[in-house]
Design a protein around this ligand. Structure first.
Ligand code: SF4
Length: 763
């Protein structure tokens, strides 16, 4: 792939753009972007779309143009010209970059095997994960791609495939009678438009609202019931709900009898979780546990939804979601007419299916021997080949297409990559490609990640980025990545969605920026896989994916935007192959309250509660020195993960400094006043954030913001743009014994810490 010339854009155009990926959240609002002579001059919500009729989001949208044209945006490929962290670079051409990277990968592959490459990525920042897997499967890599999906929503998707055989859900947001929102600060994170809708319906008395959150968020202030839960104990709460609903016969007997498996075993299990017992565990009064369980069961259709909080508690993460699946099922809220209907793949038009991610991934190119080498596959089986093989067979039999293994429902746990780089155990990881991610900020145990990225064992580190982040400062090659405005989008959200969502590119890539597709295609060409990347551009790839549906990408992106099936493929839909109701793609053909797949993988088939790895109950000896329960990751509207920290965009200016939420009584005892810098320390490290005194949090709990770095501070070591100052992952841990045994998910919340005054402003 030589130098890439882009079509010159002349005059004024209005482009139909899908707003997701960086910058901003992945709420997929529809935008109209005005371009003059190839430069974006205006962005606004697309008034034809209810979700963005109110101009998308106030916090981010008005500032995305400044973000795109920020002076620090990377424009040219760069090769390291000094030590890692010295911030010395040589500008090189794309040809040189891709030639050298491909040569090095080929050399390392022959010396250490294709498993010596790992790929680190971020939360849904690209719709090209099937292209990444296509490249890795052809390379012979066992699937050593890692990301936050292990602790952020997609771990739940893997569980849904095991318990229900699908994870695509249609939620009745417009007509729900009760909504439960757990660990999701709707007014600060994504789905802001959802909160507007829900608040209006609640105000009109159309829906009951239950909020489960350690903090009294804006939504909790207006809720019918706010459950101020002890962080890390979500599973116990939902097992107590199951106890009440089954004991009081508030469940949907007909649906349970016909469409669930294992009800008696579940009844037996939850009989151990009475509200009185669980009240002690969760800090929630037993009366409120009963009242909220009844409100959820008696107001149907109801929605039980959650943010990523319980995905990030380590050991017991997946059990919280397993209990929620049981609740949705036994209350009949998964039945047609219920609040959350799980459907099969799509889009299907006139009996033909569009090309979904799973139909691009080429998993069949990888040998069984190589699959066995996937990091963690012998231990954390649900999101790895052992789990996938079981679920894929059932999915294929039911829906006729392979199960997606390029999405983050399937990935190796990233702590194993850092460990393999440092120790060579179970085998050496010698090369790392980091795209859509900033691991020094978003991965747990920053000290370990830093050690890995600085290690001489890591012979090649390539970063694709928009800005020179702390992680990019430790790379050997930094490649300038095109943003969502500089590339087209066709997404099935990692095949979690049964529809295609499409948006056109607004402008040609700025400077020498390239899309992720160009990089993987460029490497594939140099490594002998070019026949598998026949599409010159992403638009051609999108045309190929839409062809079975008789639609062109241009039509899809500029007129239709959302391509959905003629009808949803539900469990009641007659399966074209068998002529019988499709049911669920599980061993029993039903929703499995008692999971045969978890059992076959060697796990307890039923949900159970387990104390967080570090807690006042489980580790009282640690709590003596570290008496406060720590949650990390409270969202801030204008910031997204480690993004938008650059000054001058209008995004950072809305929230210039990291804030720790602490109760006034606790702060007073520690002599800390509002707005003062304070140290937060765990057994792993210490950082500082500014204290925000608030009664919205329990006096025994503190919340620190995540992924803080400071582009305005020096880039060179040891400062690395303020990496060590306020970064919450300096405080977190990822040791095998604290991770979720099903997925390898590490705890970012419900840790133990102590807080104390800083001696001086700069201390
Ligand atoms: S909420 Fe804002 S940032 Fe998120 S997708 Fe919508 S417009 Fe974009």
């Amino acid at each position: 792939m030589g130098s890439k010339s882009h079509k010159t854009q002349k005059g004024t155009e209005v482009k139909e753009v899908l707003c997701w990926a960086s910058p901003g959240c992945h709420d997929a609002c529809r935008l109209q972007v005005t371009v003059e002579d190839g430069r974006i001059v205006k962005m606004s919500g697309n008034r034809n779309y209810p979700k963005t009729r109110m101009q998308g989001c106030g916090g981010r949208l008005p500032h995305l143009i400044k973000w795109l044209y920020h002076p620090d945006q990377l424009m040219h490929p760069m090769k390291r010209a000094g030590e890692r962290g010295e911030n010395k670079w040589e500008k090189i051409s794309w040809e040189q970059a891709l030639d050298e990277i491909a040569d090095k990968l080929t050399q390392l592959k022959s010396a250490y095997g294709p498993e010596c490459l790992a790929v680190k990525e971020g939360t849904y920042r690209s719709d090209l994960y099937p292209i990444r897997s296509r490249f890795l499967n052809l390379f012979g890599n066992p699937g050593n791609f890692v990301g936050p999906g292990t602790v952020c929503l997609t771990n739940r998707m893997a569980l849904y495939y095991a318990l229900m055989g699908t994870c695509s859900v249609i939620q009745k947001k417009g007509s729900s009678k009760c909504e439960v929102i757990d660990g999701w600060n709707l007014t600060e994170s994504r789905e802001i438009s959802r909160w507007r809708h829900l608040r209006r319906r609640h105000r009109d008395g159309a829906v009951k609202l239950i909020i489960v959150d350690p903090r009294k968020t804006k939504a909790a202030e207006t809720a019918d019931i706010w459950l101020q839960i002890r962080p890390g104990t979500d599973t116990a709460l939902y097992l107590a709900w199951l106890n009440v609903i089954i004991e009081e016969n508030l469940y949907d007997e007909a649906f349970v009898k016909k469409w669930t498996f294992g009800f008696d075993q579940l009844r037996e299990r939850v009989s151990q979780y009475s509200p009185d017992k669980v009240a002690e565990i969760t800090w929630i009064p037993a009366s409120k546990i009963r009242e909220s369980a009844r409100m959820y069961a008696n107001n149907k259709p109801s929605i039980l939804d959650g943010g990523v909080a319980s995905d990030q508690i380590g050991l017991n993460s997946m059990r919280a979601e397993q209990a929620r699946v049981c609740l949705r099922a036994i209350t009949g809220n998964m039945a047609v007419g219920g609040g959350e209907i799980y459907v099969g793949p799509g889009p299907i038009i006139d009996g033909k299916m569009g090309i979904r991610d799973s139909m691009l991934q080429l998993d069949e190119k990888l040998s069984p021997e190589q699959k066995q080498k996937q990091l963690g596959a012998d231990t954390y089986k649900l999101m790895a080949w052992p789990g996938w093989e079981l679920m894929n067979q059932l999915y294929k039999e039911t829906y006729g297409i392979p199960l997606c293994m390029s999405g983050h429902n399937f990935s190796a746990p990233e702590p194993l990559v850092w460990r393999a780089i440092i120790t060579g155990d179970p085998y050496p990881i010698k090369a790392l490609i980091t795209w859509t991610s900033n691991p020094l900020l978003n991965a747990a145990n920053t000290k370990q990640v830093y050690q890995a990225l600085k290690s001489p064992n890591l012979e090649l580190h390539v970063v694709m980025e928009h800005f020179m982040t702390p992680s990019a400062l430790l790379a050997d090659y930094v490649l300038p990545a095109a943003s969502k405005f500089e590339k087209p989008n066709l997404s099935t959200f990692e095949d979690f969605s049964p529809i295609f969502t499409c948006g056109e590119r607004a402008i040609q890539p700025r400077g020498e920026r390239r899309s992720d597709y160009d990089v993987f295609r460029g490497l594939a060409e140099r490594m002998g896989f070019s026949e598998y990347f026949p599409w010159e551009t992403e638009e051609e790839l999108a045309d190929y994916r839409l062809k079975p549906l008789g639609i062109t990408f241009e039509e899809a992106a500029t007129k239709k935007h959302i391509i959905r099936s003629d009808e949803w493929w539900t469990y009641e839909t007659l399966n074209p192959k068998t002529g019988e109701a499709t049911g669920f793609a599980t061993p029993s053909g039903k929703i499995e309250l008692y999971s045969n797949i978890l059992k076959e993988l060697g796990y307890d088939p039923l949900p159970f509660y387990e104390e967080p790895p570090e807690s006042p109950v489980r580790t009282p000896e640690i709590a003596e020195e570290y008496p406060l329960v720590l949650i990390t990751g409270g969202r801030v509207k204008s910031l997204f993960h480690s993004e938008n920290r650059q000054e001058g965009t209008g995004l950072r200016e809305q929230h210039p400094e990291p804030l720790m939420d602490i109760h006034p009584d606790t702060a007073e005892k520690l002599g800390i006043s509002d707005g003062e810098w304070a140290h937060i320390e765990t057994r792993r490290g210490v950082i500082k954030q500014k204290a925000r005194l608030t009664t919205s949090i329990d006096p025994r709990v503190v919340n620190v913001e995540a992924q803080w770095w400071f582009p305005e501070q020096p880039a060179e070591e040891p400062i690395l743009h303020g990496l060590w100052q306020s970064n919450a992952n300096v405080l977190t841990m990822n040791d095998p014994e604290v991770c979720d045994p099903l997925t390898g998910g590490w705890p970012l919340r419900a840790l133990l810490c102590k807080v104390y005054k800083t001696k001086t402003e700069t201390d």
